[in-house]
Design a protein around this ligand. Structure first.
Ligand SMILES: Cc1ncc(C[n+]2csc(CCOP(=O)(O)OP(=O)(O)O)c2C)c(N)n1
Ligand SMILES: [Mg+2]
Length: 567
C-alpha cells in the first residue's frame, strides 16, 4: 500500500464519506486512491469553495469536512477558508499535494511554503516527512481538529511520500478520540460560588456564543433556561442555540445587533458569557458603554479565559466544556433546589422586546432587503439550515429570522469572507441531506463564488438560493453614506445582469427574478416549494440603510435606531 492509499484507508476507517476536492498533478495519487474506496468526491469550481464547502459540512453537522487540493495556487486558494474556519473555531481538514521533498524550496513549479503561509491562520499545519506514519497523522488530525477549541488542520503531503510504500496498521480510531478527552468538571464549591453570584444578581444576562453551537450544548443551555428563564442574548455565531421563540431570548447583540439585546446589556448586573471570544464588535462596545456588571465566563480555550481574567476580573470563570459545566450546574441546582428571584427583570426584558421592534422603510417603492427576509421568516422550519454571504443581507438574516435548532445558521462571523453562502450550502447539503438548505446571498458575495452555481447545477443539489440583489456592496455603501458623503467609490455594481438566467443556464430547474413587489410573495412561495436547485433573485433598493447600527468605536448607548425604529 502506498501512503496515498493509506490516507484514503484512514479516512474510510474514520467514517468519512464525503470530501470536497479539486485535482492537480501533485495530488493525483490521493485522488486515485480515494477512487478505489466508496468516497464521494464533490468537485467545486475552485479550491476556496472546496474548503468553504468543507467548513459548511462541519458547521452543519458533528462530522468533519475535508478538502483535498493540489500544491501551490491550489493550497493558497484555500487560505481564506482556513482562516475563516480558524476565526470561528470550525474543525476541518485540508490535504494538499506538495512537490517532492527534494524539490521543496528550489523554486520548483507550484511550490509554496505551506507552513510559512498558513502558520498564523490555522490550528495546526503538518508537513509530512518520512518520519511520520501517515495513518497516525490522518487519524490524529481528525480528532485534534475537533478537540478543545476546534479549528482547521492543514496537511501538506509531498508527492514522493504519497508514492512511497508504507504500513497500514489499522489503529483503532477510539485511541485518538480518547487522547483528546476533556474531563474538567465543576466542583461543588464552584457551583455554589456561581449560584451565589447568580442568586444575588438582580438583572443577570446570559450571553451565548458559537462555543455552544452543538446539539449537546444547546440541549443543556435550553434545559438550564427552562428552569431559570434568565434573559439571554447571543452572538452572531450563537444563533439557533437558544430557544429563539422564548420571551427571555432577545436575539443578537453587537454592532448590528437587535435593539432589545443592545439595550439589555446596558442594564445587566451579571453578564454570564458562555463560549464566546469577546469579539471586538461586541466587547469594545461593552467597554465603551462602561458595562458595570460582574462577569461569569465559561470557555474551553484557556488562553481566552486567562486573558479575560486579567482584563475584566470576572467574578467567576471556568475553563472547560460547556456541556459538562452546564450538566454540573443543573445537577447542583436540582439537588439544592435553587430558584431565582428575577421576576422584575424578566418583565423588564419582555417590555424591551415589545418596545424595541425591528422595522424598516415600509413606504418605499423599491423592495427592501429587510422586507424580503421578514417574509422569508414564515418559510423557516426546524429542518431549515441557512447559509449567508457577508454584508447587509447577512445581518438582516441574523436579525429577522427565527431559527429553531443549533447548527442551522451557517455564517462567517469572525473573518467574514464574501462568497461564503454557496459553497457553505453545498457542504451543508451533503452533510445533512434531510435538511432544507437555504442560501441567502448578496449580489457582491454571489459574484465571488459564482462558479458554485455550476457545481450545484451539475450535482443537482436541492439548494434554494435567495439572491438579494441591491446592485452593489450594500454594507460598504452604507459606510460611505455616513463617512464619505455618499460617494460610492468602488461599491456600485452593474444592474443589468439577470442572475436568474445565469442560474437557469447552470442547471437550475427553478430560476426566477422578481423586479416588483407584487410578484414577491408568489415568487418566494414557488421557490420554497420547488424541487431540486432553486434560485430566486429579488431586485432590492440600492439605497437601503441597515439599522440598528453602532458607529465604529462607540458604545451600546450610542446605538442608532434609524428613522423606522425610532420611538
Ligand atoms: C472577500 C471580502 N472582500 C471584501 C469584503 C468587505 N465587504 C464586507 S460586506 C461587503 C459588501 C457585500 O455586498 P453584498 O454581498 O452584495 O451584500 P449587501 O451588503 O449588498 O447585502 C464588502 C465589500 C469582505 N467582507 N470579504
Ligand atoms: Mg449587494
Amino acid at each position: 500500500m502506498n501512503n496515498a492509499q493509506i490516507l484514503a484507508k484512514s479516512l474510510v476507517d474514520l467514517g468519512v464519506e464525503h470530501i470536497f476536492g479539486f485535482s492537480g498533478a501533485t495530488i493525483l495519487p490521493v485522488f486515485h486512491a480515494l477512487a478505489e474506496t466508496a468516497m464521494n468526491i464533490t468537485v467545486c469550481a475552485n479550491e476556496q469553495s472546496c474548503a468553504i464547502a468543507a467548513e459548511g459540512y462541519s458547521r452543519a453537522d458533528d462530522k468533519i469536512g475535508i478538502a483535498v487540493v493540489t500544491s501551490g495556487p491550489a493550497i493558497t486558494n484555500t487560505l481564506t477558508a482556513v482562516a475563516d474556519a480558524h476565526a470561528d473555531s470550525i474543525p476541518m481538514l485540508v490535504f494538499a499535494g506538495q512537490v517532492a521533498q527534494t524539490k521543496m524550496g528550489t523554486d520548483e513549479f507550484q511550490h509554496i511554503d505551506v507552513q510559512g503561509v498558513f502558520a498564523n491562520a490555522v490550528k495546526k499545519v503538518v508537513v509530512i516527512n518520512e518520519l511520520h506514519k501517515v495513518e497516525e497523522v490522518v487519524k490524529d488530525a481528525y480528532y485534534y481538529a475537533k478537540s478543545g477549541k476546534p479549528g482547521p488542520v492543514v496537511i501538506d503531503f509531498p508527492f514522493d511520500i504519497q508514492q512511497a510504500e508504507g504500513q497500514y496498521e489499522g489503529i483503532a480510531t477510539e485511541r485518538f478520540a480518547q487522547k483528546y478527552d476533556e474531563e474538567r468538571h465543576l466542583g461543588e464549591n464552584q457551583c455554589r460560588q456561581f449560584f451565589d453570584a447568580l442568586k444575588n444578581a438582580k438583572r443577570p444576562l446570559l450571553y451565548i456564543g458559537g462555543g455552544l453551537n452543538s446539539q449537546a450544548a444547546s440541549d443543556r443551555i435550553r434545559a438550564f433556561n427552562r428552569r431559570f428563564a434568565v434573559p439571554s442574548i447571543n452572538s452572531l455565531m450563537g444563533k439557533g442555540i437558544l430557544d429563539e421563540t422564548a420571551y427571555w431570548s432577545l436575539g443578537m447583540l453587537g454592532m448590528y445587533g437587535v435593539p432589545c439585546a443592545n439595550k439589555a446589556i446596558q442594564e445587566t448586573d451579571l453578564f454570564v458569557a458562555f463560549g464566546v471570544r469577546w469579539d471586538d464588535r461586541v466587547s469594545q462596545k461593552v467597554g465603551e458603554s462602561g458595562l458595570k456588571a460582574d462577569i461569569a465566563y465559561f470557555d474551553i480555550n484557556p488562553e481566552k479565559v486567562q486573558e479575560v481574567r486579567f482584563a475584566r476580573n470576572p467574578k467567576f470563570s471556568f475553563i472547560g466544556k460547556a456541556e459538562t459545566a452546564l450538566d454540573d450546574l443543573l445537577n447542583y441546582a436540582v439537588k439544592n433546589d435553587i430558584h431565582l428571584d428575577i421576576g422584575a427583570w424578566q418583565e423588564r426584558v419582555k417590555g424591551l422586546k415589545k418596545k424595541y421592534r425591528l422595522n424598516y422603510n415600509r413606504k418605499s417603492k423599491a423592495i427592501q432587503q429587510a422586507e424580503v427576509i421578514e417574509m422569508l421568516a414564515d418559510f423557516i422550519t426546524d429542518a431549515t439550515k441557512v447559509t449567508t454571504g457577508v454584508g447587509n443581507h447577512q445581518m438582516l438574516a441574523a436579525q429577522y429570522l427565527t431559527l429553531f435548532k443549533p447548527k442551522s445558521f451557517l455564517t462567517a462571523g469572525g473573518f467574514g469572507p464574501m462568497g461564503f453562502a454557496l459553497p457553505a450550502a453545498i457542504g451543508a447539503c451533503l452533510a445533512s441531506p434531510n435538511s432544507s438548505i437555504l442560501a441567502i446571498d448578496g449580489d457582491g458575495s454571489l459574484l465571488m463564488n459564482l462558479g458554485e452555481l455550476y457545481t450545484i447545477g451539475r450535482y443537482q443539489l436541492p439548494i434554494k438560493i435567495l439572491l438579494l440583489n441591491n446592485c452593489g456592496d450594500g454594507m460598504v455603501r452604507n459606510l460611505q453614506d455616513v463617512l464619505y458623503d455618499g460617494n460610492h467609490v468602488a461599491t456600485d455594481k452593474d444592474s443589468k445582469v439577470d442572475f436568474s438566467t445565469v442560474a437557469r443556464d447552470m442547471g437550475f430547474p427553478f430560476a426566477q427574478r422578481v423586479m416588483e413587489r407584487k410578484d414577491l410573495k408568489k415568487g418566494m412561495a414557488d421557490c420554497m416549494s420547488a424541487v431540486g436547485p432553486a434560485f430566486l433573485e429579488v431586485q432590492c433598493d440600492v439605497n437601503e440603510m441597515l439599522y440598528p447600527r453602532i458607529p465604529a468605536g462607540m458604545g451600546y448607548k450610542d446605538m442608532i435606531l434609524g428613522p423606522y425604529m425610532e420611538l
